[in-house]
Design a protein around this ligand. Structure first.
Ligand code: ATP
Length: 361
């Protein structure tokens, strides 16, 4: 069982002792991991947290403010969950943003190792940490890009040094190419002088329901993100039915982003108004035959034990296991697990609303 000491959580994963910071504290941010020696229990290695990425709400003004007239690299922002992949002894491991070694992702790292030979990278760079977005079928983010094939997919977007410093985008691309690692889509080098090109790129991402972009300076030290209304509206649609379990700023922040994008990119107001209205109706549609505030998930695992361990990790929320079926995925025998995350507070509130209980607003 984990042992809590203020904001450090002591954990174990397959014989490895480690701890994670559960809150930001001086010298170590939330999500940083300390790996311990099995015998002495002393910290032998630290995996720094993945840093927050600031957001700009106005693209052109944001670029002028952050990069001035300097060029910067643009990458697609993919919508999955963040992992750090590292090697300890003979083991390839994957940790979530919060600093938990994740059995589900670690098992998939084994699969990606067979596909891409991730081990070749770590043989030459044992102290480095691969940072990537995992998209597709996963237990953390139910908003799945329908263009992706079944299963989980890795997209590397950074290569971290042991002290937490990220690599320059050019150097990272060189290594990704050398080791044939799967990369986040690269959208070129841009500058404020060619805003039109960048605007077209954003409109195209929006039209294709993609999340947005991450902009990075040449040295990799300055990073900002900018997202599309398509993504914000998807979040609002899916968030309405779990509303009472979300933080208060969740919707307000997205409204602000959507309005700013529509103004800056001069989108058709009438079409946007219909789109936004439809999002509300779609988001509340489950109330018409309400069974609870739920998010559906599908995951693929090789070992049943991987699923059992993953269940434990995500047990903070109520869960409904729906089915576990043997399937063949890319020639590999796997188990397809279907489950729902159930949001109890929202379920309770909406049930009361539908029963007609009077509420004080
Ligand atoms: P914060 O950045 O403040 O922690 P958050 O955790 O809510 O915010 P997002 O708003 O989704 O996360 O944005 C940051 C995340 O975007 C990163 O942690 C990373 O997982 C993901 N991401 C997707 N594509 C990229 C990319 N090309 N470069 C860097 N990060 C990316």
């Amino acid at each position: 069982m984990p042992e809590f000491k203020s904001d450090i959580e002591e954990l174990r994963y397959e014989g490895i002792s480690y701890f994670r910071y559960t809150r930001d504290r001086k010298g170590a941010a939330r999500g940083s991991i300390g790996l311990k020696d099995g015998k002495t229990k002393q910290k032998i290695r630290e995996i720094p947290t993945f840093p927050h990425i600031k957001r700009v709400y106005r693209l052109a003004a944001g670029i002028r403010y952050v990069f001035g007239s300097d060029p910067f690299f643009v990458e697609e922002k993919l919508d999955g969950y963040n992992v750090r992949i590292f090697k300890i002894g003979e083991k390839l491991l994957a940790a979530t943003r919060g600093g938990m070694i994740c059995p589900f992702t670690t098992e998939w790292v084994g699969i990606w190792n067979e596909t891409y030979g991730i081990d070749r990278f770590f043989a030459d760079h044992p102290e480095r940490i691969l940072c990537g977005e995992i998209c597709g079928d996963n237990p953390y983010n139910s908003q799945r890009d329908p263009d992706l094939a079944p299963g989980a997919h890795l997209f590397v977007f950074d290569i971290m040094a042991p002290d937490g410093k990220n690599m320059s985008p050019l150097e990272r691309c060189r290594l990704i190419e050398e080791y044939r690692l799967p990369t986040i889509p690269l959208l070129g080098k841009h500058s404020v002088r060619e805003m039109e090109k960048l605007c077209d790129l954003l409109k195209d991402l929006n039209n294709r329901n993609k999340e947005g972009i991450v902009m990075k300076s040449g040295d990799g030290d300055t990073v900002v993100k900018f997202v599309t209304p398509a993504k914000d509206l998807e979040d609002i649609r899916d968030g309405l039915i779990i509303d009472f379990d979300l933080h208060q700023r969740y919707f307000r922040n997205r409204f602000l982003r959507i309005a700013n994008f529509i103004q800056e990119f001069d989108l058709d107001r009438e079409a946007c108004a219909r789109w936004i209205g439809r999002t509300f109706l779609d988001g509340y549609a489950p109330l018409e035959s309400f069974e609870g505030s739920k998010e559906p998930y599908t995951v693929y695992v090789v070992e049943r034990e991987t699923w059992e361990k993953t269940r434990v990790l995500i047990k903070q929320v109520s869960m409904e296991e729906k089915s576990i079926d043997p399937v063949e995925l890319d020639g590999r025998s796997m188990l397809r697990v279907r489950f729902n995350r159930v949001y109890d507070r929202s379920t309770h509130k909406f049930h009361n609303i539908l029963k007609g209980f009077p509420h004080t607003d």
